[in-house]
Design a protein around this ligand. Structure first.
Ligand SMILES: Nc1nc2c(ncn2[C@@H]2O[C@H](COP(=O)(O)OP(=O)(O)OP(=O)(O)O)[C@@H](O)[C@H]2O)c(=O)[nH]1
Ligand SMILES: [Mg+2]
Ligand SMILES: [Zn+2]
Length: 355
């Protein structure tokens, strides 16, 4: 086995490699990111890495820069303990979220993920609406989701069945596994989902037990965890960076810090997949231009009235849809402005050179 394959390299990534760049540099994978510096690996050992000046200055948005899980072109030196990153290999998938605030840009969560575990704990963290948001984010990135319900030692079997029923009603095609780090229930089931050479990530609020799950899988207390706050069961944001972890069987797992805010969604494909039954219903409305508010013969209103569609789910769909439309518009506007600004800088520089 080529040592890169130990960290997930395969024919798909090989097919993305640029001949010229690979002749000039080596290929490696980003293990973690720390405020502008990186840890990368070629499968054996790790090196501290920084971005080359040209990669940094030619990046037009955060998506052009490497994140955890990325394959990169790099030059190694000092006995392979240091490296300079010169480029990012095209990604198979990219998990990102919109950052809040006026400037619209993405925060990259992780790249080249095959499957995302979305974790909610059954005691206080459970929220179907938040789960829908995660599902949209994940399927928008072409990543398969699995829902994990943590801390199932804290509730009764009956309560668990009810929760599972609710989850399956919004995520019908998705595998749902309830587990406990305390009792060990279903840890082996989760392990059996982890295949060699595939990359997984753990997503979910702070305190749901993501890092504890990684420790359970590893069978050691390798990573730091911390108890949730007593008064509201909120987590303490213990994990602060995203890190790619190699499991014994050759699977790769990325732990992520619990997100305070999930950010808003961007495009429509994830929405369509997550809310597929709503798309089907809409086609059955009597009028093609139905606003689904007062019309007679509206399939949505009918389904809500009959209890076949949860009104909260419908409202969440509308909310996410509005956000997504707004973000698309403002993002493309921002890109236009960026381009104009870039031109201005270039022409100013030209002016300088010719003087
Ligand atoms: N009862 C119970 N407690 C658990 C379980 N899993 C984790 N915990 C506890 O929940 C707390 C938070 O766990 P962490 O693994 O640090 O949570 P995290 O999701 O990594 O949180 P961040 O790193 O802050 O995002 C710790 O006190 C764990 O012991 C479980 O299955 N059952
Ligand atoms: Mg953690
Ligand atoms: Zn309608």
């Amino acid at each position: 086995m080529n040592s890169l394959e130990r960290v997930g390299y395969n024919d798909w990534f090989r097919s993305q490699i640029d001949v010229e760049k690979s002749a000039a540099h080596e290929v490696a994978r980003v293990v973690s990111v720390h405020k502008g510096s990186f840890v990368v690996t070629k499968g054996r050992g790790e090196a501290f890495a920084e971005l080359s000046g040209s990669l940094f200055y030619t990046a037009s948005s955060s998506s052009d820069l490497p994140t955890t899980g990325d394959w990169i072109y790099a030059d190694f030196y000092d006995d392979d303990s240091q490296a300079i990153i010169h480029g990012v290999v095209p990604r198979k998938s990219l998990l990102k979220r919109k950052t809040a605030g006026k400037i619209i840009d993405y925060q990259l969560i992780a790249a080249n993920i095959d499957l995302a575990f979305i974790i909610q704990s059954v005691d206080h963290d459970l929220s179907l609406r938040r789960l829908e948001r995660y599902l949209v984010m994940v399927s928008e990135s072409q990543i398969a989701p699995v829902v994990l319900l943590s801390k199932c030692d804290l509730i009764s079997q009956d309560e668990l069945e009810e929760i599972k029923g609710n989850i399956l009603s919004i995520a019908r095609q998705t595998t749902v596994v309830a587990f406990s780090n305390k009792s060990g229930e279903n840890i082996n089931t989760i392990k059996s989902l982890l295949l060699p050479g595939h990359t997984y990530c753990l997503l979910g609020s702070s305190g749901v037990g993501k890092t504890t799950l990684i420790n359970s899988i590893l069978g050691t207390e390798q990573f730091e965890t911390q108890s949730v706050r007593q008064k509201d069961s909120k987590g303490r944001h213990t994990t602060t960076s995203r890190e790619l972890i190699q499991l014994e069987n050759g699977a790769l797992l990325i732990d992520t810090p619990g997100m305070r805010e999930l950010g808003s969604v961007s495009v429509d494909t994830g929405l369509d997949e997550t809310f597929s039954e709503i798309l089907e219903l809409v086609q059955r409305c009597k009028f093609g231009n139905c606003s689904h508010t007062t019309e007679k013969g509206c399939a949505i209103l009918g389904a809500i009235e009959k209890g076949k569609l949860d009104e909260q789910r419908w409202k969440n769909y509308i909310k996410l849809r509005k956000e997504s439309a707004f973000n698309e518009m403002s993002y493309s506007e921002k890109r236009k402005k960026d381009k104009a600004f870039g031109k201005l800088i270039k022409s100013t520089l030209k002016g300088k050179n010719s003087r």
